[in-house]
Design a protein around this ligand. Structure first.
Ligand SMILES: [Mg+2]
Length: 179
């Protein structure tokens, strides 16, 4: 399966629609998870800490992702804990590849490129990839178009909605167009 394109998958936004007010009716389940990367501030109120530990995940997303013709890869600040905490909650195997980041993991560089972008291009090493994330902008698209020799799909997900049917459809269609 190594000839499959990569699916570089973010957690907060695509899988955890943290901006949504009501998701239970769409089949999401609320979990309490506090991965290292999301530890609450030491002086945060109890209420805020509880809010930050709230993660909404859809138990059907794993099967839908596995059905796509991609090599799934975690591209998230959750790092290895995506395998430990998120994967079992949505039905993904707990041993998916995980992109390792350099130490600085937030914001954008001076040229407006996301902190993940350059590392992901190194990881892809020219292979075709779809990148699914809620923080993509035109700066990232420009950077990828200029520096990545392979095909790429940058799919921005609305963090109020998470992955939707049309996103799965778009990923499926794009992979098929690679031939
Ligand atoms: Mg995100």
């Amino acid at each position: 399966m190594s000839d499959r394109p990569l699916l570089l998958l973010d957690v907060d936004g695509p899988l955890n629609p943290f901006g949504a007010r009501f998701v239970r009716h769409r089949g999401y389940v609320t979990h309490r998870m506090l991965p290292d990367c999301r530890s609450p501030l030491p002086h945060a109120s109890r209420r805020r800490a509880a809010r930050e530990a709230r993660v909404r995940l859809h138990p059907g997303h794993g099967a839908r992702l596995l059905a796509l013709p991609y090599q799934l890869t975690w591209a998230t600040a959750w790092c290895r804990q995506a395998n430990e905490l998120v994967a079992p909650a949505i039905g993904l195997p707990g041993d998916l590849p995980v992109v390792e980041w350099p130490s600085a993991r937030c914001g954008r560089s001076a040229d407006g490129v996301h902190w993940k972008t350059r590392t992901l291009l190194e990881w892809a090493a020219g292979r075709p990839f779809a990148w699914v994330d809620d923080e993509l902008t035109g700066r990232d698209a420009d950077h990828v178009a200029t520096h990545h020799p392979g095909s790429a799909l940058l799919l921005r997900i609305d963090p109020r909605k998470g992955l939707r049917d049309r996103d799965f459809g778009r990923l499926e269609h794009w992979a098929r167009t690679l031939g």
